[in-house]
Design a protein around this ligand. Structure first.
Ligand SMILES: Nc1ncnc2c1ncn2[C@@H]1O[C@H](COP(=O)(O)OP(=O)(O)O)[C@@H](O)[C@H]1O
Ligand SMILES: [Mg+2]
Length: 391
């Protein structure tokens, strides 16, 4: 099957979804209540795929053939008997008692800077900017033969992995017409749903590992996912409760099954060297390692890059570093930090400090600073270039 065929299949599937907009609400949309449809019965004993909306097979034709379908190991079909049969309840991503305390979202750039920019737009440098943007857009819109997975990780927490993953997912959604998935694979109380503006979550990787079957259509699968306001889909790692962490087999099952449906999957991983993070790094088509702009952050990341260089199938060649400043007080020399990381042969993209990102909470694309947007676009383009070339 050609690239075009694959993309057409997915788009056709999405088109059907639009046509089925009158169907009962998906489980992540407003409260279906306690009478919500239970998860499908074990696939092993079921001849027809049953989605979260009930029996969807009446609405949709047969499964979408996929070029990789025959090569991929079958999705785990036997349901874990320890899992409850009921639909998980929809839980808010931010405690309502806290939500009102978030404060007004700020713009990433000050008013002075924004005014300066609108004046600058009238100058000659604008033409060069447009040509750069066209170049990046082309990289971001490349067709893909099979779903590409881009994993985001770092050597420690709180450096900006989830922020980078959210920015990448938003960027791909902005530029691409085929479906994009933001997959959370952070075992510990991840924040990707909040950053992507999801109000509530219901299904997570844990349940989907048992629910996904190879015969499912994209429309069946998206019923279990959270639609992101700016476009695309999200699958959280958990419901944000303290509980069993995401394990490696669950990640493998879910990521492998879902990449059949999405042109690009951005994975927000836990920190290295966690088992899930290592698996995600190893199985992704491209990797983004987030390094904080501190001497220990850059030093530690260099060690990770040296480790990647030793892995088979040249993992370093498909890696990009995002050098992030999540405080306005970072003093490390950007040139020296970049040069230190580039010695390994890796590409480095600097993500500047952004007031809007620093606030936490949902990321509003319109409020991102200009430099942040440019950095996110460059980073996404660099990652995509590598993901497309990967085996
Ligand atoms: N580019 C940035 N500019 C300003 N603050 C940032 C930036 N990136 C991240 N932050 C801040 O750092 C915090 C932690 O980022 P997060 O993406 O959650 O890290 P991680 O996923 O690695 O734990 C965010 O809540 C935000 O306040
Ligand atoms: Mg995180």
């Amino acid at each position: 099957m050609t690239q075009g065929d694959w993309q057409r299949d997915v788009l056709r599937d999405l088109g059907r979804q639009d046509a089925a907009a009158d169907a009962p609400p998906a489980p992540d949309r407003p409260a279906p209540g306690p009478s919500a449809a239970p998860p499908p019965p074990p696939a092993a004993s079921s001849s027809e795929p049953v989605g979260p909306h009930g029996d969807v097979s009446a609405r949709l034709a047969g499964p979408v053939p996929h070029p990789e379908a025959s090569q991929q190991p079958a999705v785990r079909a036997v349901r874990d008997p320890r899992l409850p049969m009921v639909t998980p309840e929809s839980l808010p991503t931010v405690d309502p008692r806290l939500a009102h305390a978030m404060g007004r979202p700020r713009h990433g750039d000050s008013i002075t800077r924004r005014t300066g920019r609108s004046l600058q737009k009238l100058t000659a440098s604008a033409a060069q900017e447009v040509s750069e943007e066209t170049h990046l857009a082309r990289a971001l819109q490349q067709p893909v033969t099979t779903g590409r997975v881009i994993a985001v990780t770092s050597i420690r927490g709180g450096v900006g992995k989830t922020t980078v993953a959210a920015l990448l997912a938003r960027t791909f959604n902005h530029y691409r017409h085929d479906p994009v998935l933001a997959l959370e694979a952070d075992a510990a109380l991840g924040t990707l749903p909040v950053r992507l503006g999801a109000k509530s979550v219901r299904w997570s990787c844990r349940e989907l590992a048992h629910l996904l079957t190879p015969s499912m259509q994209l429309t069946d699968v998206t019923g279990y996912l959270v639609p992101v306001t700016d476009g695309g889909w999200l699958l959280p790692a958990s419901q944000g409760r303290i509980g069993a962490p995401l394990d490696m087999p669950t990640y493998r099952t879910v990521s492998l099954a879902l990449r059949r449906y999405f042109a690009v999957t951005v994975v927000d991983c836990e920190t290295l060297p966690g088992e899930v993070a290592r698996t995600a790094m190893d199985t992704a088509h491209a990797r983004v390692v987030v390094a904080p702009m501190t001497v220990e952050g850059v030093g530690g990341t260099r060690l990770v890059l040296d480790w990647l260089a030793q892995l088979p199938h040249s993992a370093l060649a498909t890696t990009v570093v995002a050098l992030t400043a999540n405080s306005p007080d970072m003093t490390l020399d950007l040139k020296a930090a970049t040069a230190h990381l580039r010695e390994t042969g890796v590409t480095v993209v600097a993500l500047p400090y952004d007031r809007h990102l620093a606030q936490g909470g949902p990321i509003h694309t319109a409020l991102l600073g200009q430099a942040t947007r440019q950095a996110a676009t460059s980073l996404a383009a660099e990652a995509m270039e590598r993901a497309v070339k990967a085996r």
